[in-house]
Write a protein that binds this ligand. Structure first.
Ligand code: NAG
Ligand code: NAG
Ligand code: NAG
Length: 245
């Protein structure tokens, strides 16, 4: 979670400074915040198309061949792996607030995803009292996910090197939709188990626990690392402002 947001905002901030160098006149006309918001809009194109020349894959949708997954709600535990995972909607965010405060070197931003969802196959030891091997298809969605972030940054006067000092992230979710098939062979029990998961995920996100940061980090960090690689900030600005070419 943190890393994903961090990167989105570094990119936005990066493109805002890039635009400042490239077009001093128009950058004066527009506020830095609106330039940064434009950077977040341009990022969507890169997420959708990738940047093949730079080895960045398409991330909306993002595909993952195999991943181990482990969690426990207390009532229900799940320990296994997912295969052929497709994450949809990374690019489907709305920028509600984007504010760059250059005097305080602070960015505040609020982004909203109406649906961020995963479709996958799973195979796992599922426990609710006793543990059994289950497998099947799964769909899982976070709906009306809002992420509010505050970032303190530093920008080298001469080096123009951007550093992030401090990040605060507040997520909240309107609705969680879990449709995992075959957790139990009994339909009613299967629905009940999905409800346990929905409630658990809703509470953990809205209570802003470490669980969310850990969970999303595990998926987001490799995706982000793949995107950033060993590029410099100006490489990234070039990619974003070039629309991925
Ligand atoms: C999954 O997310 C995408 C992007 O937000 C959305 O277009 C699609 O309708 C969602 N799928 C479902 C079944 O909700
Ligand atoms: C449900 O899980 C059981 C146990 O792993 C498996 O034998 C069965 O084929 C699965 N059913 C479906 C529809 O995937
Ligand atoms: C940023 O700095 C301000 C004041 O300097 C501080 O109150 C705040 O906790 C810091 N961190 C974030 C993420 O805003």
């Amino acid at each position: 979670m943190k890393s994903l947001l961090l990167i989105a905002l570094i990119l936005a901030l990066g493109s805002c400074h890039g635009a400042e160098f490239a077009e001093p006149m128009s950058a004066q006309d527009r506020s830095l915040s609106s330039v940064a918001a434009d950077g977040l809009e341009s990022l969507k194109v890169v997420l959708r198309n990738g940047a093949p020349n730079h080895g960045i894959p398409v991330l909306a949708p993002a595909k993952l061949a195999k991943k181990s997954v482990k969690f426990s709600t207390g009532e229900l535990s799940f320990d296994g792996e997912v295969e052929d995972l497709i994450l949809e909607g990374l690019d489907a965010y709305e920028v509600l607030i984007m504010n760059v405060d250059v005097f305080r070197s602070r960015v505040t931003s609020t982004l909203k995803w109406s649906s961020l969802n995963v479709t996958t196959q799973y195979k796992a030891d599922v426990g609710s009292g006793y543990r059994v091997q289950r497998e099947g298809g799964a769909f899982f969605a976070l709906e009306d996910l809002v992420i509010e972030a505050r970032i303190n940054y530093s920008l080298g006067v001469i080096s123009k090197k951007l550093g992030v000092k401090d990040v605060l992230v507040y997520p909240s979710v309107g609705n969680v939709n879990s449709q995992i098939e075959n957790l139990s062979k009994y339909r009613i029990l299967n629905r009940k188990m999905n409800e346990v998961i929905e409630e658990f995920v809703t509470l953990t996100i809205n209570d802003n626990t470490d669980f969310v940061a850990d969970w999303v980090n595990e998926f987001a960090t490799p995706i982000c690392n793949e995107m950033i690689g060993d590029r410099t900030l100006s490489d990234i600005i070039g990619i974003i402002t070039g629309g991925g070419n």
